[in-house]
Design a protein around this ligand. Structure first.
Ligand code: AQP
Length: 332
C-alpha cells in the first residue's frame, strides 16, 4: 500500500510558462516530489475557458510537459499527465457543478478578473472553472495542493464543495490543504508591479519566460520598474517594484531579505537589477537547456503522457465510482 501523502497540482497551457509559474508552483512541486505521491497535470480543459489557437494549445501542452520534466519532476516517480486524457475530470466536474452554488462562484476573484479581460467571451466554463478544479483535486484524494497565492481561493472553494458533499453522503472526499511557498507565492510583472506576472499577459515585457534567452532576460530586468529612491529595501506597499525584484532574487539565490538589503547597501538599482537578472538566468538555464532537448523527442514525451494518463485514470476512477454510487447512479 502506498502510504505517502498525495499532492495534486496543475498549470494551464494558456501561454508560455513564466518565472511566476516556476517560482509559485513548479519549483515547489520539484521539492515535494520525492516525499509525496504527486499528480502533476497540464490542465488543457481549463485553458479553453479562454479562447485558444488550437495549434498553439497543442504545442504549449507538449512544451509544458517537457518543462515539468526538465525542472526536475521525475516521471517514473510522479504521475505527469494531460487533463483531457483522463475523462474522470470532466465527469466528476459535472457532478460537482450540481453541488456548487451560483453565489460562491460569483465571488471568485479569478472569474471577475478574467471576465473583465475577456468581456466578449464570458462563457459558462469560465464561471464554473472552480468546479472542474475541485474535481481535479478531489479525484486523487489529495492532501496538499501546492499553488501560488492567486489560486488559494480555488482551493478554499474545493474544500467547501467537498465538505458539502461529505455532509450529505459521508466521508467521500479528503479535504485538501493549500501549500503556499513562503517567498515567491506572488511574482509581479516587471513593468507593472501592481499586477501579477501572468502567462497570458499582453504586455510581454513584464514577463520572464522559462524558455527565454539569457540576453532577453537581462534586457527585461534592466527595464524593470523600480522607484525614485535608491534603497534596496523590502516594502511591498510602498516599493512594489523593488520588493518584487527582492522576492525574485530571494527565491533564485535562497538569500533572506536582510542579507539582500545589506548586500546592496550603497549600491544603485542598476547593480541590483543586473544581479537579479543574472541569478534568474542561472536558475532557468538548466531547465531551458534540458527542455529544449526534450521538446525534440516527441516519442519520449508521448510515452510519458500515455503512462501518466493510465496511472491517473486508475486512481481517479476509484473515486469516481464511489461518487456515482453515492449520488444514486445505477452501476454498469
Ligand atoms: N505570478 C505568479 N506568482 C506566483 N505564482 C504564480 N502562478 C502563476 N502566476 C504566478 C502559479 O502557477 C500556477 C499556474 O496556474 P494556472 O496556469 O492554472 O493559473 P493562473 O494562476 O491563472 O496562471 P497565469 O500565469 O496567470 O495564467 P493565465 O494568464 O492563463 O491566467 C498556479 O499555482 C499559480 O498560483
Amino acid at each position: 500500500m502506498d502510504e505517502k501523502k498525495v499532492i495534486f497540482s496543475g498549470i494551464q497551457p494558456s501561454g508560455d510558462l513564466t518565472l511566476g509559474s516556476y517560482m509559485g508552483a513548479i519549483k515547489n512541486w520539484v521539492e515535494l516530489s520525492e516525499d509525496y505521491n504527486c499528480y502533476y497535470c497540464i490542465v488543457d480543459m481549463h485553458a479553453i475557458t479562454v479562447r485558444q489557437v488550437p495549434a498553439d494549445l497543442r504545442r504549449r501542452t507538449l512544451e509544458q510537459l517537457a518543462q515539468y520534466i526538465a525542472a526536475g519532476i521525475d516521471p517514473t516517480k510522479n504521475t505527469i499527465f494531460i487533463q483531457s486524457h483522463v475523462p474522470a475530470h470532466a465527469e466528476l466536474a459535472w457532478i460537482l457543478n450540481c453541488y456548487t452554488m451560483f453565489g460562491e462562484l460569483s465571488r471568485m476573484t479569478q472569474f471577475k478578473d478574467k471576465a473583465a479581460k475577456n468581456s466578449d467571451n464570458i462563457n459558462a466554463g469560465l464561471f464554473t472553472y472552480p468546479a472542474l478544479m475541485a474535481a481535479d483535486i478531489l479525484l486523487y484524494q489529495a492532501d496538499l495542493v501546492p499553488v501560488g497565492d492567486d489560486q488559494r481561493q480555488h482551493v478554499e472553494i474545493t474544500r467547501d464543495i467537498a465538505n458539502r458533499f461529505n455532509g450529505i453522503y459521508g466521508d467521500v472526499f479528503k479535504l485538501p490543504e493549500v501549500y503556499n511557498p513562503k517567498v515567491g507565492a506572488r511574482i509581479m510583472s516587471l513593468t507593472s508591479p501592481e499586477n501579477k506576472m501572468s502567462k497570458s499577459d499582453k504586455d510581454k515585457g513584464g514577463c520572464i519566460y522559462i524558455m527565454q534567452s539569457p540576453d532577453d532576460i537581462m534586457r527585461c530586468f534592466k527595464r524593470a520598474v523600480t522607484d525614485s529612491d535608491t534603497w534596496v529595501h523590502y516594502d511591498p506597499e510602498n516599493k512594489k517594484g523593488v520588493s518584487n525584484l527582492m522576492q525574485i532574487y530571494a527565491v533564485a539565490t535562497g538569500k533572506s531579505f536582510e542579507t539582500i538589503e545589506s548586500e546592496f547597501t550603497g549600491r544603485g538599482y542598476g547593480d541590483f537589477k543586473t544581479a537579479v537578472g543574472e541569478a534568474v538566468v542561472e536558475l532557468l538555464r538548466p531547465v531551458r537547456e534540458k527542455a529544449s532537448k526534450l521538446i525534440a523527442d516527441k516519442a519520449y514525451l508521448e510515452s510519458v503522457y500515455k503512462e501518466g494518463a493510465e496511472r491517473a485514470a486508475y486512481a481517479a476512477n476509484k473515486t469516481l465510482r464511489k461518487v456515482y454510487k453515492k449520488v444514486g447512479f445505477v452501476g454498469k
